[in-house]
Design a binder for this molecule. Structure first.
Ligand code: ADP
Ligand code: ZN
Ligand code: ZN
Length: 815
């Protein structure tokens, strides 16, 4: 007998968080009647999973009626456990973005969902409910403590209570707060208000003994506290203390309350308000074109190609202003490293409190506060690094991506997404234009502009009308013949001395890519390697140890060669520390600031070092790649690159592009104001086209030459690429798996697709796991999605034995 019972029962589709059994298929759970109205897509839940009483976290991605299900089936469905949110933490747009991303990046949906949430909502967090207004239901009201807070995570609430609370939150009578680890997650300040009317105060004064001076003072003060004010402001009168007001509260004279405040990471920065500048003609046409697209709700993509110092930022700012004028919001992404106070100040200076900032330098609490300001529509402009692509902005009118060629926009771990793709997706959804800006666009983007997929906007001149600084190439092979193993050529040292005499500043860059200081035996050539990874250990002077940059292994610096027992084992190559030491002995009077991963590890150091350089407290800024971008200091007239070509030898088809971009970027730091600049590039490959074209900073020529090379080699942008990697503790297992996959791919994919490999990865072993890879190069491959989906599903089953398979679409790094 089949009988339809509970006709309107509802079912929640939940993506569950079970690491070993990932799937993109949502599981169905019965929504208990008592929660029928409360459960919505985008809420986090706890659900029973598998045999036994295991409870796992999950995200509701859909809710449907169960009326088509017969009783037998619905009887099999387990009911939802706890509801962790009373309002969705991901809106509908972000939920469908998580779905698209999972497919597009071959990641599991739970990982795309988690990537979108701020850390405060990702980790095990404690949740509180806070009442903002009186709750009429006395039974519910009694759940809240004196502070009007309810510890939601710890409370064992009935479903009816949860449901009633959800309704209160919908009516904005209560709101939710989260606490991460053990620190209170929401910061509060105390406010004070008089509980007495002015006449009551007069009466109270008469009742107080005339020698109770403190009490009289408090009463006087309460006169102008008919409206609540922060206690801190009231206590400016030194003769009153917090204790006096606590006492007054006990007497029923005053009321103290805690009010939530946002942690403002930029609270201590005094940022001057700026007005829009008068645009140069090229800037004006760019802003006009972008504004037109904003007004027309046209989700087109612009490539803003402007030489360094051409005023791209002003174009961004005025375009953002145009979006705000349409009562829309704006999202601006910049590379993590460019999130220097300079860039943040420029955006905050223009838009003030409307700006929220998201980057990895913020604490979890600060990030969460910024995230909530966005979600509550209190911030209309978001500036942030890669993950800010998921900022919960609604009604987006403009999206900007500065330095669009930066590889840090691609996440290297799961989900392996490129922020640019995410932005383009959101632009379509919001009918908003995208501006991709760069002095050296990625070849992919520049090629799309060539085919009119993107609209190219050019800023070919510097604002100051100064020419780009002249670049001299110094052939280090000549230097080597004449000198010892110095890192500094004679012309570079001479140029630095001239700057010191003129009280001008210099920036020196050491290209860290493909370069570091390692220890080598001069007698037998032995190089100290990591015992877990196939890579040399790097010398760290500060800790006096050898470290592995992949797994963190650390050991003492060897005094004698472990291989031949020679004492002639010593550093080879140069880290920034060693270069700084050499510079110090060559120019003892120069004040040097060193900037690299070691000196900027502590929070705020990056900013601090840059500020003191900006205040001319040093003559030379010596650093790695991190100094190449965004610096805009008028006293910098010399830029030196110590080793232009160390990256050229890397086995990666983008190494020329990266070298050209880096040299162009860093050269752009010189001569940005009135004083003309100069750039010196030291290299062992003076004739290489990437170096020669960086000399003239001729991006367009570089683009043509490099496109020719990519065409011959069947590389992007002519082909798409995908990297498939298998890794295992047993080298044979990883290799065997890759050969199987390679056979499978050869049989299914079209004959035009090029399959490279399987080969061991250039760094074949990391953390004692062996890596094998296949690179796919393809133009049109309709079956690719389903084939790769299948590979991933199979791999999931084998994962239990330790074998891991990863798929990286359009990898930015082949090493
Ligand atoms: P880019 O990002 O293209 O390298 P910036 O945006 O940093 O260039 O601009 C370089 C300098 O020119 C900045 O100091 C900026 O304030 C200034 N600038 C930009 N546009 C104008 C303008 N229209 N008038 C005057 N100064 C401008
Ligand atoms: Zn040796
Ligand atoms: Zn290692």
């Amino acid at each position: 007998m089949i009988r339809k019972e509970r006709v309107m029962a509802k079912i929640a589709q939940v993506i569950v968080d079970v690491p070993t059994m990932q799937t993109n298929r949502p599981y169905s759970y019965l929504i208990p009647d008592s929660l029928t109205d409360a459960v919505q897509p985008g809420m986090r839940v706890a659900v029973p999973f598998g045999q036994g009483h295991r409870e796992v976290g999950g995200m509701v991605v859909g809710v449907s009626d169960a009326d088509t299900l017969d009783e037998t089936f619905s009887g099999k469905l387990k009911p939802l456990g706890a509801l962790l949110d009373l309002a969705p933490v991901l809106n509908e747009e972000l939920l469908s973005l998580s779905d698209w991303m999972a497919q597009h990046t071959f990641a599991f949906r739970i990982s795309t969902i988690q990537t979108m949430l701020p850390a405060a909502l990702k980790t095990k967090s404690h949740k509180f409910l806070v009442a903002d207004a009186p709750i009429d239901d006395p039974q519910l009201a009694s759940l809240f403590d004196d502070q009007q807070r309810l510890d939601f995570t710890a409370a064992s609430l009935t479903d009816e209570q949860t449901d009633a609370l959800a309704k209160l939150q919908q009516r904005q009578i209560i709101h939710a707060e989260y606490q991460v680890a053990d620190r209170a997650h929401v910061k509060t300040v105390t406010w004070v208000k008089s509980a007495l009317s002015p006449t009551e105060i007069e009466t109270a004064r008469k009742d107080v003994r005339p020698n109770a001076i403190k009490q009289l003072r408090v009463l006087t003060r309460l006169m102008d506290l008919q409206e609540a004010r922060p206690l801190q402001d009231v206590l400016t009168d030194e003769r009153l203390t917090r204790a006096d007001f606590t006492a007054a509260t006990k007497k029923g004279w005053a009321e103290l309350s805690e009010r939530e405040v946002y942690r403002d990471p930029y609270a201590n920065h005094r940022i001057a308000k700026t007005a829009p500048l008068d645009l140069q003609p090229d800037q004006r046409s760019a802003v006009n074109a972008i504004t037109e697209a904003i007004d027309a709700h046209d989700p087109k993509t612009f490539l803003l190609q402007g030489v360094t110092g051409s005023g791209k930022t002003e174009v961004y700012l005025q375009s953002i202003a145009a979006a705000l004028a349409q009562h829309k919001t704006a999202l601006m992404l910049v590379p993590e490293i460019a999130l220097t106070p300079q860039m943040v100040n420029r955006v905050k200076g223009r838009f003030g409190h409307q700006v929220a900032v998201l980057h990895s330098g913020l604490s979890a609490g600060e990030k969460y506060d910024e995230w909530r300001r966005i979600e509550r529509h209190e911030a209309a402009v978001v500036v942030g690094a890669r993950s800010a692509a998921f900022a919960p902005l609604t009604n987006i009118g403009l999206i900007v991506m500065d330095e669009e060629h930066e590889t840090s926009y691609k996440q290297e771990d799961n989900p392996r997404y490129h922020a640019r793709d995410v932005l383009l997706w959101r632009a379509q959804r919001h009918h908003a234009p995208v501006v991709l800006g760069s002095a050296t666009p990625s070849l992919e983007s520049r090629a799309r502009a060539e085919r009119h997929v993107y609209t190219r906007l050019a800023l070919p001149h510097r604002i100051n009308q100064q020419p780009l600084p002249p670049v001299k190439i110094i052939d280090m092979r000549e230097q080597l013949k004449a000198h010892t193993e110095s890192n500094f050529s004679t012309p570079l040292i001479e140029a630095l001395k001239v700057r010191l005499e003129r009280h001008e500043q210099s920036v020196l860059m050491l290209n860290r890519r493909g370069f570091s200081s390692f220890v080598m035996c001069r007698d037998c050539g032995f190089v100290l390697k990591c015992p877990n990874c196939d890579i040399s250990l790097v010398l760290h002077m500060d800790s006096h140890t050898m470290k592995c940059h992949y797994c963190g292994h650390e050991e003492p610096i060897p005094r004698i060669c472990p291989n031949c027992h020679s004492k002639r084992i010593s550093y080879y190559g140069s880290g920034t520390e060693k270069v700084a030491a050499e510079l110090n002995s060559l120019l003892p009077d120069a004040r040097i600031i060193r900037m690299d991963v070691d000196t900027t590890r502590r929070k705020g150091m990056h900013e601090k070092l840059l500020n003191s350089f900006g205040q001319h407290k040093a003559d030379i800024l010596l650093g790695t790649q991190m100094i190449a971008k965004g610096l805009d200091y008028p006293d910098v007239t010399l830029v030196g690159v110590l080793n232009a070509d160390t990256a050229l030898g890397l086995p990666d088809f983008r190494s020329s592009e990266r070298t050209f971009q880096l040299l162009t970027q860093v050269s752009g730091r010189a001569g940005r104001a009135d004083k003309p600049g100069e750039v010196l590039i030291q290299t062992f490959n003076p004739d290489h086209y990437a170096i020669q074209l960086a000399k003239t900073q001729d991006y367009e020529r570089f683009f043509r030459v490099e496109m020719g090379i990519r065409h011959m080699g069947n590389y992007p942008p002519y082909f798409f690429t995908a990297l498939i990697t298998a890794s295992d503790k047993d080298e044979g297992v990883a290799a065997k798996k890759m050969f199987e996959l390679s056979d499978q791919l050869k049989q299914t994919l079209s004959p035009d697709t090029i399959i490279l490999g399987p080969t061991p990865r250039p760094i074949a072993r990391i953390k004692n796991r062996y890596y094998y890879q296949i690179v796919l190069k393809y133009k049109r491959e309709p079956k690719l999605q389903s084939v790769l989906d299948g590979i991933l599903d199979d791999a999931q089953r084998e994962q239990r034995n330790g074998l891991q398979v990863a798929i990286d679409m359009e990898p930015q790094n082949f090493i």
